[in-house]
Design a protein around this ligand. Structure first.
Ligand code: UGA
Length: 364
């Protein structure tokens, strides 16, 4: 084992520790390393089984509280996963979305710059904005970032995330890495409406909920938008490659030899995605119906056909969309030796099986 993973003097602060990505990161740290964790979130229902772990300390709080921010920044590595990140909220709660995705992370970044912590900040693939159907590979340091008009309030989230990236990159003395997730999916993603959350979750959880309820999947604007779905377990592998390459922040860019410095993951934004898993949302619906029928042991014909609906009708005024999000993954491969491996059919079967086991069939 890498001695870094055996080092019990390391504590990682995880903001959003009880969320979808946070719960998987916590599990991986506790099973693969000897590190300690300081976990912050507003709820911990996904990680109940970890609450009494002696290597963990948890705090119910959010980044609106400056004293909490100061406390988090005392740890040498800070992973910030906290965000409002479901598109159904970007229109109706634009101001809250901006506070959560700009004000709060900006104050955490300032505190990390003062304390010298390595901030690993989760941004979004949505910073690439209103991409068209024929846009090509999205490259971290090259692609133009273009958003819709202010009246298209869908972009409240993406503009706040982008401003945070720019703020982080401009802060003097901050050791930072930005992660741009491309549609991570897997167990514990989002919620089931009416069971453990309300509103419209992201597409995988929404389609899974409709399937177990025997309702038709909704194809927004015909389901022609494309996404590159990425296993959350691949995302965790990315983080471990990052921790290892960045030596848990214990290396100073100023001290390294020039060739080494160019390979360090600091002051970099990374796409984390799986371009091999690109599909349209209509194809996603078809695959999920097929897998669900197999899991349930019924015919595909017995699963309701998807229905088309307009984005504004489904999400409300101000909804807009990225038509294609195809990540370039060259940088993560070059600097970290990381490449997502899990094929789309495996990711979907694993996620849907978990969903059925976790929630059952509420209408049956
Ligand atoms: C969202 C967030 O805004 C991003 O920040 C985040 O990085 C990203 O998810 C992610 O999971 O990584 P988006 O991909 O638009 O962005 O989120 P979804 O709600 O999962 O929608 C994906 C596509 O499916 C969109 O075209 C949407 O219109 C469509 N959709 C969604 C449906 O056709 N039916 C549904 O029931 C739900």
């Amino acid at each position: 084992m890498n001695p870094l993973f055996n080092d019990s003097s390391i504590t990682v602060a995880i903001v959003g520790c009880g969320g979808f990505i946070g719960c998987h990161l916590l599990d991986a740290i506790l099973t693969r390393t000897q590190w300690r964790v300081f976990g912050v979130d507003l709820d911990f229902y996904r990680i109940q089984h970890r609450l009494s772990n002696e290597r963990c300390e948890f705090m119910v709080a959010d980044l609106a509280d400056k004293s909490v921010v100061e406390r988090i920044a005392k740890y040498p590595v800070v992973v910030n996963l906290a965000a409002i990140c479901t598109p159904s909220r970007y229109m109706a709660e634009a101001s809250e979305v901006i506070r959560s995705n700009y004000d709060h992370p900006a104050s955490l970044a300032e505190a990390c710059a003062k304390s010298g912590s390595w901030l690993i900040h989760f941004s979004t693939s949505e910073v690439y904005g209103r991409t068209s159907a024929d846009s090509g590979l999205l490259v971290e340091d090259e692609t133009e970032l273009t958003f819709g008009p202010v009246s298209a309030s869908r972009w409240s989230y993406a503009t706040a995330k982008l401003l945070t990236e720019r703020y982080i990159a401009g802060l003097k003395n901050l050791k930072w890495t930005v992660v741009r997730p491309f549609n991570f999916v897997g167990p514990y993603m989002d919620f089931m409406p009416g069971v453990d959350g309300s509103g419209i979750p992201r597409v995988l959880a929404n389609f899974s909920s409709a399937l177990v309820r025997g309702e038709p999947l909704k194809l927004v604007n015909g389901g022609t938008a494309k996404r590159s779905f990425t296993s959350v377990f691949d995302a965790i592998e990315f983080l471990f490659a990052l921790f290892e390459t960045g030596k848990m922040g214990r290396v100073s860019a100023a001290l390294g030899a020039a060739t080494e410095v160019s390979k360090l993951p600091f002051s970099q934004a990374f796409n984390v995605g799986n371009p091999d898993n690109e599909i349209t949302i209509a194809e996603l619906a078809h695959k999920m119906r097929k897998i669900f029928a197999e899991i349930k042991g019924v015919s595909l014909e017995s699963i309701p056909e998807p229905e088309k609906i307009s984005g504004v009708e489904y999400y409300g005024k101000g909804y807009d969309d990225s038509m294609r999000r195809l990540p370039s993954v060259e940088k993560a491969e070059r600097l970290l030796g990381f490449k997502a491996q899990t094929p789309i059919d495996v990711v979907l079967r694993e996620s849907l099986t978990w969903f059925v086991m976790h929630y059952g069939f509420p209408n049956h």
